[in-house]
Design a protein. Structure first.
Length: 224
């Protein structure tokens, strides 16, 4: 009997992490999913509901503005942002994810490219009016999260907005008890996206629509 796709997804991640390859498992997972032998747990076939809610509430107008979607996967979140008028760059470390995004959205206005959050192009430094980070930092081992958070914040242009959506965990839960992926973010981790000129202006915590026992952060930041 073939392996359950959910089980395969966790196995692929664990094998990569056991090789001390903290990011290679994304490509292995997307490639296996493209072949039908695994599933990408966060690939919903639609934009994230908390992103949809934020767009409905904020009604952002992207005309003349730039946006970047971190860890864009197969592109559903990027499509929503591009439809709001932003000149949208959407990147992922997985070439297969980007290939799938192109295939899913052949007439897209978004620019899908392969890039590494931990080593982004130099010309992205503080270049985007809207930065969207959903589930990418939490997909990295805790030891890499501070560096990833720093890179996310450095994408935000002066006057720009950062939106972070992530699973939440209590600050009292020791890191060593978290058997990822994912490695949900503490309140302290959410607060660490701030800087002297990057301010947390709204923080919400709500149950996941699919599992009320799982809490999600939705945090919005604004750069001076």
């Amino acid at each position: 009997m073939s392996e359950d796709p959910d089980v395969a997804s966790r196995r692929i991640a664990r094998e990569s992490l056991d090789r001390d390859d903290a990011t290679g498992w994304f490509e292995h997972l997307y490639a296996a999913a493209a072949e039908g032998s695994a599933v990408v747990p966060w690939d919903r076939g639609t934009a994230h509901q908390q992103l949809i809610d934020w767009v409905d509430e904020s009604q952002p107008d992207g005309a003349g503005k730039t946006a970047v979607v971190v860890g864009a996967g197969t592109g559903w979140d990027a499509e929503l942002i591009a439809d709001r008028g932003y000149d949208t760059t959407a990147f992922d470390i997985s070439p297969t994810a980007i290939e799938t995004a192109h295939r899913n959205h052949p007439d897209s206005k978004a620019h899908y490219i392969v890039a590494d959050l931990l080593s982004p192009p130099a010309d992205w430094h503080r270049a985007f009016d809207l930065v969207l980070e959903i589930y990418t930092v939490q997909a990295l081992p805790i030891r890499l999260q501070p560096a990833a958070i720093k890179q996310v914040t450095e994408l935000v242009a002066p006057g720009g907005t950062l939106l972070v959506i992530a699973a939440a965990r209590p600050d009292t839960q020791p890191d060593e008890e978290v058997q990822g992926p994912p490695w949900p973010l503490t309140r302290a981790a959410i607060q660490s996206f701030t800087a002297p000129d990057l301010h947390l202006i709204q923080l919400d915590q709500a149950p996941s629509p699919s599992d009320p026992t799982i809490l999600r952060w939705r945090a919005e930041y604004l750069r001076d």
